[in-house]
Design a protein around this ligand. Structure first.
Ligand SMILES: [Zn+2]
Length: 226
């Protein structure tokens, strides 16, 4: 049916009718709270690209996690700023890395809060790209191996969800297989790798100190951060 037989305006007429037919609602249930974790003690520093968000040291996380749970937000996602960066981002799978410590701290303080972990290497590499670089390009399969190591270390620390964001070919299947083999079949995978031409991602890159050294994205970011 088309206009004039159908008049959807009728269903938008009053607030109570709109409530009755609305298909999309937003509640705290829909949110995952990002937490940026850095080395140190007693640190809670505001992130200039994300006002109202902070870089926390691990010892400051328990209180923050309790407050997040009290607000009714069911989950957090962790981003790690490592002590030191290297060419391949090996701090991402260090058993005593900041993120691994953060997972243990939060699960101990608020066990019911779902802990997801961003699984990527751009925060951990000196060049800011999402994995192993080979002759100016990202080596997909070498990066997959490292991603598997990182996912296992997050699962061992007690993460509920591993959330890869690096746009690697085949990564969900690869991670699922590796986690299942180590009896982490209850750990969920949340890929949020799709990127669009939007301004949302730049502030996260700055907050995670992971602006890449090469490529179109770098140019876009430089522009959007002016
Ligand atoms: Zn990345």
């Amino acid at each position: 049916m088309a206009f004039p037989d159908t008049r959807p305006r009728r269903l938008r007429r009053t607030s109570s009718i709109r409530r009755l037919v609305r298909e999309t609602t937003l509640s705290p249930d829909n949110f995952i709270f990002p937490l940026f974790v850095r080395p140190g003690k007693g640190e809670k520093n505001e992130i200039s690209s994300l006002p109202g968000q902070f870089h926390f040291s691990v010892d400051m996380l328990a209180r923050e996690a309790e407050e997040i749970a009290k607000l009714g937000i069911p989950a957090v996602i962790l981003f790690g700023l490592p002590e030191k960066k290297d060419e391949v981002g090996s701090e991402a799978w260090a058993p005593e890395g900041v993120v691994q410590k953060a997972i243990r701290t939060i699960k101990k303080a608020v066990p019911e809060l779902t802990v997801a972990v961003d699984a990527c290497f751009c925060e951990y590499t000196t060049h800011g790209h999402c994995g192993v670089m080979l002759e100016g390009h990202l080596d997909n399969d070498a990066t997959l191996e490292n991603l598997g190591r990182a996912a296992l270390s997050y699962a061992r620390a007690g993460a509920d969800v591993v959330a890869p964001s690096g746009m690697l070919d085949g990564f969900v299947g690869f991670l699922r297989e590796g986690l299942d083999e180590d009896n982490f079949d209850k750990v969920a995978i949340l890929s949020y790798a799709a990127k669009y031409a939007s301004g949302y991602y730049g502030p996260f890159r700055a907050a995670a100190d992971s602006t890449p050294a090469l490529g179109a994205w770098k140019r876009d970011f430089s522009r959007s951060s002016l």
